[in-house]
Write a protein that binds this ligand. Structure first.
Ligand code: SF4
Length: 64
């Protein structure tokens, strides 16, 4: 079983582009009214976290 880490979103710089929710819909939900992503789970595998970090243009994703 792959390692999982705690995933976190920092909303400060988020532009609401929606790309993260399209890229990882099992982990990232989308709030239509707010036009912001939210976490569906706070645990995610390394490769998912790295993909989100590489994708997000505003560096909103972090882990611990
Ligand atoms: S990819 Fe980044 S900037 Fe775009 S909606 Fe997701 S968190 Fe916000």
């Amino acid at each position: 079983m792959p390692d999982k880490k705690h995933l976190a979103i920092t909303m400060g710089a988020c532009t609401g582009c929606g790309g993260c929710a399209e890229l990882q819909p099992e982990y990232i939900g989308w709030s239509e009214g707010d036009e912001r992503p939210f976490l569906l789970t706070d645990l995610a595998p390394d490769d998912v976290i790295h993909e989100l970090q590489a994708f997000c243009p505003e560096d909103c994703f972090d882990w611990d």
